[in-house]
Design a protein around this ligand. Structure first.
Ligand SMILES: [Zn+2]
Length: 439
């Protein structure tokens, strides 16, 4: 069984390799064994949070909640982002955390409420292990050049790099994996990709679309081996474009900065069957009216990180909807499966009745229309909808089809359709398929 130890930057390399080795083996354990490990890790993190942080002590009351198995997570209260955000970082940070060795991470304010967490070297080494396990299963090897697009301005990318504090491991890592800022000019990125012969690119789907457009306009080409997407819903069209234009095998992931970023929660199986949930590293719940949903039913995601020691995150409401499935995966991994990550409830189209239409539903309804290059939905505060379209083919035909689908999709809501040359999105932010201004 894996034992947590303190990590010093000088031993980062060993720690990453140890985590990677353990994680590479644990993915093949049986579901029961994995659930047991999850229970043990949950007990450890809850006890750590209770005894080391002022916030969880206050939250859980006079005694530390008794955790015997992962099911006991239900004894703990669910935390909402707005609530957690009000708690000062000092109250959430575990006593004994060496702040000089931690990286402060604040989640992007454009996708919700900004919140800061601390990434200590131990958690960082664990995350590296998780990413390595995943990339290795996609056939990525040490000789491949990896580029990762990071949100935010360039100076933030530099200061938030864990490699800065990670000594020898940091140097190895930076020689193979380069981070580029989403705020840079994408044409500069393209030059770097060509010059350095990029073979793996980790970026949001909207970045791949923008890169494709830049390649076309500069009449340039790059061939990728693997494309890893994260942060936004990956529609079928973008997936096909990445595989056809860049020649890459495409794998999507599901993560969130506070709990486990870039596919740290769940990652697409190399067989493309569905997403594997990292139950050896996180605990995900899928709830409807506070109860677990059945297999194949969609639920709201509540997540617990089993490796964030500096700022523990326990039963954290993510605001996404996703569907767990009981099926065994043909790849043989014991990690359970998830499908249909539907996106955030707040990024959905709302009806006055309180019901909503998820970005996932919209994406799957519209994405197969021939000649429709891109689309975006904006809902105004009076519930009316503007459907923005980028069209490549026969405009009249596309408009007719979109109108037909929208009538069904948005029945009862008024909508208008507008054709745009380009659909605007700020490169420093995530592309949102749906922007709703209904409060
Ligand atoms: Zn699988």
């Amino acid at each position: 069984m894996y034992v947590e130890k303190d990590t010093q930057p000088s031993t980062m390399l060993l720690e990453v390799l140890r985590n990677w080795r353990w994680l590479s083996q644990s993915q093949w354990l049986s579901r029961e064994e994995l659930v047991d490990i999850q229970g043990e890790k949950l007990r450890a993190i809850v006890s750590h949070a209770y005894h080391r942080t002022a916030f969880y002590k206050r939250l859980y009351g006079v005694t530390c909640p008794e955790i015997r198995s992962s099911g006991d997570v239900k004894k703990l209260p669910i935390l909402f982002k707005e609530e957690l955000r009000k708690v000062p970082l000092e109250d959430r940070a575990a006593a004994g955390t060496d702040l000089r060795k931690c990286v402060r991470k604040t989640t992007s304010g454009t996708t919700g409420t900004p919140i800061t967490i601390l990434e200590d070297p131990k958690s960082a080494a664990y995350l590296e292990g998780l990413h390595l396990r995943r990339l290795w299963s996609y056939g990525v090897r040490p000789w491949h050049r990896i580029f990762r697009i990071v949100a935010g301005p360039a100076e933030k990318v530099l200061t938030q790099n864990i490699a800065d504090i990670a000594g020898f491991w940091g140097r190895i890592r930076t020689s193979r994996l380069a981070r580029l800022s989403s705020a840079d000019d994408i044409r500069d990125h393209l030059r770097v990709f060509i010059e350095k012969r990029a073979s793996v690119l980790i970026a949001p789907p909207s970045y791949f679309r923008a890169l494709h457009d830049v390649c076309e306009s500069m009449e340039a080409r790059i061939d990728l081996k693997v494309a890893v997407t994260w942060g936004e819903l990956l529609d079928l069209k973008t997936r096909r474009m990445i595989s056809d234009f860049f020649g890459a095998e495409v794998y999507d992931g599901y993560g969130c900065t506070e709990v486990a970023p870039i596919g740290g929660l769940a990652w697409e199986c190399p067989t493309h069957t569905a997403y594997h949930i990292n139950i050896d590293s996180v605990l995900l719940e899928f709830l409807k009216d506070g109860e677990d949903v059945a297999s194949g039913e969609s639920g709201e995601v509540v997540a617990t990180s089993l490796f964030r020691w500096a700022t523990p995150i326990i039963r954290y409401y993510l605001g996404d909807k996703a569907t767990p499935i009981d099926d065994e995966c043909p790849c043989g991994r014991g990690l359970p499966l998830l499908r249909n990550i539907e996106g955030r409830v707040v990024d959905s189209v709302k009806r006055p009745s309180g019901e909503y239409i998820s970005p996932y539903t919209i994406m799957f309804t519209l994405q197969d229309i021939q000649g429709l290059r891109q689309f975006k939905i904006i809902q105004r505060s009076d519930y009316s909808i503007e459907v923005q379209l980028g069209i490549d083919g026969d405009i009249d035909k596309v408009l007719r089809e979109v109108d037909e689908k929208c009538r069904e999709l948005f029945s009862g809501l008024s909508y208008d359709i507008r054709v745009r040359d380009t659909i605007e999105h700020d490169t420093g932010r995530k592309f949102k398929l749906v922007e709703s201004y209904v409060s």
